[in-house]
Design a protein around this ligand. Structure first.
Ligand SMILES: O=C[C@H](O)[C@H](O)COP(=O)(O)O
Ligand SMILES: C=C(OP(=O)(O)O)C(=O)O
Length: 376
């Protein structure tokens, strides 16, 4: 400490004996609050965003009908196979819409046996660090223009709904649903957040069915507990449509379901794991019907292994196991994945920037083969 600086103890004694002025109170608060925050940036409210991109009657009808069809599959009242298919993450509007148009064509031709819902994932939960998705960083340039990210997400969802395709997404930030949930037919809570009380509470108020991945460690009970928790009503902190912080009082969401995605110890789509999941659901008083994610730890993150996982699970279903109500597939226009580039304009078109995906041609073949097997 320089010789001219006052001794700290003296400063403290003076501060203790003198009444605090408004200025010193402000200084005190700055010393202890938001120490590691660099900036707050106000965001457009959900109501304002919806006014910019209103849900058309046609889009609302696709979402409503998608939710109802999914609920019937979950309830065991509709025997079609629920196929949640699409990119690991959306980063390019044009590619997302090209993909959606292709998927819609297959969905229309196979709809008597398959209920196809497109993965339209805008929020990526990272194991450590990495691009967190289009809502967080729409420019893929670490500028984090989240107002623009939310705009893009809403616009893409509207365009996909206008094509007549229901959309599925992961709900990661508990703030996000107020901005886009009216356009989502199916939500999921990821393996990294299934154990989080905040996400369970959020799910209890969501308007659509919600799938819970098993934990990254493979833990089934984490997802079963999430289902039980989210079926109950909760009171929790959130935002309202005007973007004001508020107490949210939810009614509980009865449409929770399990998604098996494998774990650190390996896959969990084999017959023994499927039987264990069915028994676990029954033991916990939960409906014994679930999805299998053919990607992530079930494919060892090798996108080209997804078709064999899919065929295996489909085989179990064809053999009579109707606990399996559907599958999830990570698929994009083109196979594989790529690293981010300093300029997003240099990215390859239609290739994932997160997990590797199956390419469109193989995806279409898989869906059509599946249809043929179910129809025969
Ligand atoms: O589905 C996407 C990824 O598996 C998830 O976001 C985790 O990715 P990471 O382990 O590369 O961070
Ligand atoms: C992140 C995802 O999966 P998981 O939570 O299973 O890792 C995902 O499906 O995009």
């Amino acid at each position: 400490m320089p010789a001219s600086a006052p001794p700290a103890a003296a400063t403290t004694a003076a501060a203790e004996s003198a009444p605090a002025s408004p200025d010193s109170r402000e200084t005190d608060s700055r010393d202890t609050n938001n120490v590691n925050v660099r900036e707050f940036t106000q965001l457009i409210s959900p109501t304002e965003l919806a006014a910019e991109y209103p849900a058309t009657a046609a889009a609302r009808s696709v979402v409503q009908s998608g939710r109802e069809q999914i609920k019937r599959v979950l309830a065991g009242e509709d025997e079609r196979l629920l196929c949640v298919v699409g990119p690991c993450s959306i980063h390019d509007e044009q590619a997302a819409l090209e993909y959606a148009a292709k998927l819609k064509a297959v969905a229309a031709e196979t709809e008597d046996k398959l209920l196809i819902v497109m993965r339209v994932y805008f929020e990526k939960p990272r194991t450590t660090v990495g691009w967190k998705g289009l809502i967080s960083d729409p420019g893929l340039n670490e500028k984090f223009d989240m107002a623009e990210g939310l705009r893009k997400a809403r616009r893409i969802l509207l365009e996909i709904a206008d094509l007549g395709l229901p959309a599925a997404t992961e709900m990661l930030e508990p703030i996000t649903p107020q901005y886009i949930a009216d356009l989502i037919a199916l939500a999921s809570i990821g393996a990294r957040t299934t154990e989080s009380p905040c996400h369970r509470q959020m799910s209890s108020g969501l308007s659509m069915p919600v799938g819970y991945k098993n934990g990254t460690d493979g833990s089934l009970q984490t997802a079963l507990n999430a289902m039980t928790a989210a079926r109950a009503g909760h009171s929790f902190l959130g935002i309202d449509p005007d973007g004001k912080t508020c107490i949210v009082r939810s009614a509980g969401n009865p449409w929770g379901h399990l998604i098996l995605r494998g774990g650190h110890n390996g896959p969990n789509y084999d017959a023994e794991s499927i039987a264990k999941a069915t028994a676990g659901l029954i033991d916990d008083g939960l409906p014994p019907r679930f999805l299998v994610d053919c990607s992530h730890a079930n494919s060892g993150k090798d996108p080209l292994r997804q078709p064999s996982v899919w065929q295996n699970v489909l085989g179990q279903r064809l053999d009579g196991n109707d606990s399996i109500i559907g599958m999830m597939l990570e698929s994009n226009l083109y196979e594989g994945n790529q690293s981010l580039t300093p300029d997003a304009a240099d990215l390859k078109y239609g290739v994932s920037v997160t997990d590797g995906c199956l390419g469109w041609e193989d995806t279409e073949t898989l869906l059509r083969e599946t249809y043929a097997k179910l129809a025969s």
